[in-house]
Design a protein around this ligand. Structure first.
Ligand code: NAD
Length: 358
């Protein structure tokens, strides 16, 4: 039983997964099997442009459902599995960590076991060529002081939030499945992404949409928390490169070389919006910035050193923070229907109609 030229993507209806699937199919004919549970963060309207494209096979389901995943792997026989599926929002992890352990830890474990089972049936040559790419975050490394050097791939793990702890746990499982069972895995640690199709609970889309609807632009604490920012399409390009040329068992940092405080992000966005979409009442959107009580355990600074990916695999981001942000703001301005869909929940109704509640 040979494997086929097909990728299996988990979480491909989420922000980064949907961008990846679309970018992949725009460049290659190789089909994609997309398994997504369609939680509040999964949105099929992000993939609407692929309707009728037979290279995209969507299945609603949970990565923890071993019999479903095993069945899908046997039927479609992908040459690689890319795991984007996760609970991904830090604030939600503080209020309800259970789903984070269920999907990020147990779900990744179950997925690894399903994949190991499938992989063990491939020929020796196919086993060597197979890849399990685990999409992780820089947040597993914890917080940096202002003068500390950026995280490299060998930085110790020091996760501080339930989200980052659950992602760290999943990274360890992935690593162990390589060292113990020989599964050819790749793990990536990427900084904060922004761009089209990001659910408006995350900082950048929240700020854009709140600004335009005259609401407050909330910043935690003093707004001086530092993050590195990467345009989502640059992340997708990095993942394609790691999939193609990364060495099994290795980890790769992905970042934009764009450290900004949250306050800088907000003011840059306001300046962009002031030009693209001036406030009816005049003045700058910056007047809407409001400081709110800080998040418990809020990491002060993340910074990522992505030089390994550049020197070994030749990847560099195409966008600067400013150019990527400009594209993002223009995208949100031009896609009001998508925004209405995710904010009104009407797509949920569509999903229930087409795929049921389960
Ligand atoms: P997202 O929350 O937008 O999307 C997650 C997707 O996973 C959703 O479509 C959801 O329905 C699906 N999902 C959740 N639980 C599932 C399950 N049990 N089975 C199948 N599907 C399930 O997240 P995102 O921002 O696109 O992030 C994707 C991955 O990248 C995550 O693993 C995240 O940790 C990682 N990451 C994100 C960022 C970022 O800035 N967004 C940065 C670095 C790494």
């Amino acid at each position: 039983k040979r494997y086929t030229n097909m990728l299996m993507i988990t979480g491909g209806a989420g922000f980064i997964g949907a961008n990846f699937v679309k970018d992949w199919l725009a460049q290659y004919d190789e089909p994609v099997l997309n398994l997504d549970k369609l939680t509040y963060a999964g949105n099929l309207s992000s993939l609407a442009a692929l309707q009728g494209d037979t290279r995209h096979v969507f299945v609603k389901g949970d990565i923890a459902d071993r019999s479903l995943v095993r069945q899908l792997l046997s039927r479609h026989r992908p040459r690689a599995v890319l795991n984007f599926a996760a609970e991904s929002h830090v604030d939600r992890s503080i209020h309800g960590p259970q789903a984070f352990v269920d999907t990020n830890v147990t779900g990744t474990f179950q997925l690894l076991e399903s994949v190991r089972d499938y992989w063990s049936e491939l020929s020796r040559q196919e086993q060597q060529a197979f890849r399990f790419l685990h999409v992780s975050t820089d947040e597993v490394f914890g917080s940096l002081y202002p003068t500390e050097p950026a995280f490299t791939e060998v930085h110790p793990y020091r996760p501080n939030s339930p989200y980052s702890a659950s992602k760290a746990a999943s990274d360890h499982l992935v690593r162990a499945w390589h060292h113990t069972y020989g599964l050819p895995v790749l793990t990536t640690h990427c900084s904060n992404n922004y761009g089209p199709y990001q659910f408006p609970e995350k900082l950048i889309p929240l700020m854009i949409l709140n600004a335009l609807s005259g609401k407050a632009l909330p910043l935690y604490g003093d707004g001086q928390q530092v993050r590195d920012w990467l345009y989502v399409k640059d992340h997708c390009a990095a993942l394609r490169r790691v999939l193609e040329a990364g060495s099994p068992g290795e980890t790769y940092n992905i970042g934009g070389c764009s450290e900004r405080t949250n306050l800088q992000v907000a003011t840059t966005l306001c300046t962009l919006l002031d030009t693209l979409c001036p406030r009816a009442e005049g003045g700058s959107y910056a007047a809407q910035i409001t400081f709110v009580k800080d998040r418990p355990g809020h990491d002060r600074r993340y910074a990522i050193d992505a030089s390994r990916l550049e020197s070994e695999l030749g990847w560099k981001p195409a966008e600067t923070f400013e150019s990527g942000l400009c594209k993002t703001v223009n995208w949100y301005l031009a896609h009001q229907a998508w925004v209405d869909d995710v904010t009104s929940g009407s797509y949920r109704h569509w999903v229930t109609q087409h795929y049921g509640e389960g």
